[in-house]
Design a protein around this ligand. Structure first.
Ligand SMILES: Cc1cc2nc3c(=O)[nH]c(=O)nc-3n(C[C@H](O)[C@H](O)[C@H](O)COP(=O)(O)OP(=O)(O)OC[C@H]3O[C@@H](n4cnc5c(N)ncnc54)[C@H](O)[C@@H]3O)c2cc1C
Length: 472
């Protein structure tokens, strides 16, 4: 190589860069051995080679021969694989030690126990009940709802978000399972229950000794629940009688209780009840045929003159505004499920792009595939930053309904775009369950629609911006 370079009187110009050098060489490439010309052409992409070429030029014949022998003997290490991880912006760097420890417990559990079976349970639309005891032992709810020395329970939205993201990154249904029990049901009792109700239910919920669900949506009333709940409650002495139907209720097929929201026939206001699933008149059937979050068990509940004690009426829920307070708290968590879903799809697409070859080269070496990966990671980074900031606002007591609605709306929409890119980047395997991205692709559809569809959250933010409610 030295001889060839000297023959062509190539000057190494470090100041103007290796690109100029390569250009000089290539301008004479008709005289070059084609193999050497190909190597020289690569110099344009490999500025670090400039130093190596410079060293080679200084070597005499014996030194070059020694170098050649040593290169021939050396084992060529494959290029180090980039870390496949969602944390492009180093969001996880400064987590409090207790939250970081919970995150690592969650990640280890999800990778070890859930990842290997996630596609199988999804396909069979079954929930891996056998994992609940170990999942409970991770004690994630103590990070999400820390208890102060005086016994006060608070909500750490950042912890909730990071942990939710970790679960969704492997299985969105698992994240929703947590979000229903440890967000909607726990949050309803925390925000709307009396101290006695909190003392009775929250410690057992924290340990997953009782499992909760949240019943707001009805067969004929979804987005319009604010003014349209048809399930009724009527006071009868020290009890209430509930009638109606609830649909889509996560965890309700096997949970111990459902927080049911019903309209009081006396004052027309919405009230909340802790309805134990063993009560006479309560029945539930599993909803089949979902194409998203199939592992999550959704139920269609019928309440036929179910009698609930006054002690189980949420004492601080007096109107739909209280339901909105609960949803305002949990919607940020749904934004984080979207982040985790997108992260799971992106990470798998990146790994696939590194391992799959076409035309003799890894997919990841093609510009168009890189473009998809960059779009994915860019959307992910912006979703994470938005969700994190809204969680921080929530922890500071500054989060308003439109903040959490914006986080949910943007993250769910971007999630849909990320999973579509991930799917596309994997060709046919992108629609095959075996490679998992197909599961994330489908699961994103549920995230897009639940806890306020994209349109409803858009309208919440639109109302905050303009002062005009455009719901009807
Ligand atoms: C997987 C899953 C889990 C769920 N878990 C629970 C749960 O645990 N508990 C619970 O109570 N509910 C749950 N839901 C229900 C969920 O919250 C509702 O699906 C959601 O609120 C939307 O209601 P809907 O499906 O009835 O759609 P609809 O309200 O019928 O809306 C249909 C379409 O019309 C649009 N739309 C409606 N009104 C307007 C308007 N004013 N302006 C413009 N567009 C409008 C909607 O955005 C949507 O695109 C779950 C749903 C899913 C899919």
């Amino acid at each position: 190589m030295r001889a060839v370079l000297h023959f062509h009187q190539i000057r190494l110009r470090r100041t103007s860069g290796v690109q100029t050098m390569a250009t000089d060489i290539l301008s004479q490439s008709d005289m070059l051995d084609p193999r050497i010309a190909a190597v020289v052409e690569q110099l344009n992409d490999r500025p670090e080679l400039a130093g190596i070429v410079e060293q080679l030029l200084k070597m005499d014949g014996p030194a070059l021969a020694r170098a050649r022998r040593s290169i021939a003997k050396a084992k060529v290490a494959p290029p180090a694989a980039p870390l496949i991880d969602v944390d492009f912006l180093h969001l996880l760097r400064d987590l409090p030690p207790a939250v970081e420890s919970a995150r690592l417990r969650a990640r280890e559990f999800m990778d070890r126990e859930v990842e290997p079976i996630a596609n199988d349970y999804w396909e069979r639309a079954e929930f891996p009940y056998h994992l609940i005891p170990e999942f409970a032992s991770l004690d994630l709810l103590s990070s999400i709802f820390p208890v102060a020395a005086d016994g006060t329970v608070s909500h750490d939205s950042v912890a909730e978000g990071i942990l939710t993201m970790e679960l969704a990154r492997v299985d969105c249904s698992f994240a929703t399972f947590l979000g229903v029990h440890g967000g909607l049901a726990f949050g309803s009792i925390l925000l709307c229950g009396s101290q006695a109700q909190q003392d009775e239910w929250l410690p057992r919920m924290r340990k997953w000794e009782v499992l909760g669900a949240f019943g707001l949506t009805e067969p004929d009333v979804g987005s319009g629940v604010a003014g349209g709940i048809t399930t009724t409650c009527r006071r009868d002495g020290d009890t209430w009688i509930l009638n109606g139907e609830k649909r889509w209720i996560g965890n309700s097929t096997f949970g111990d209780f459902v927080v049911v929201w019903a309209r009081d026939l006396a004052d027309q206001q919405v009230k909340g009840f802790i309805v134990e699933t063993t009560l006479p008149g309560y029945s539930v059937r599993k909803m089949d045929g979902k194409i998203a979050q199939r592992t999550l068990q959704n139920g269609h509940i019928t309440l036929d003159r179910v009698r609930v004690t006054e002690a189980n009426r949420l004492q601080r829920a007096n109107s739909f505004k209280d339901v909105a307070r609960v949803l305002g708290m949990t919607r940020v968590g749904v934004a984080w499920i979207a982040v985790g879903c997108a992260a799971g799809a992106y990470e798998r697409a990146l790994a696939y792009a590194q391992r799959r070859t076409q035309f003799g080269r890894p997919l990841g070496s093609f510009q168009l595939i890189q473009s998809m990966l960059v779009k994915m990671v860019g959307k992910l980074a912006s979703m994470q930053a938005l969700a994190l900031q809204v969680s921080r606002l929530q922890n500071a007591g500054l989060c308003e309904e439109h903040h959490s609605a914006l986080a949910k709306q943007v993250c769910a929409a971007q999630c849909r775009e990320v999973v579509a890119l991930a799917r596309e980047s994997m060709g046919g395997n992108g629609i095959l369950l075996d490679h998992s991205v197909a599961r994330f692709f489908a699961d994103a559809e549920a995230i897009y629609s639940y806890e306020g569809s994209n349109e409803i959250n858009t309208l919440i933010v639109g109302r905050a911006l303009t002062g005009h409610g455009a719901f009807v």
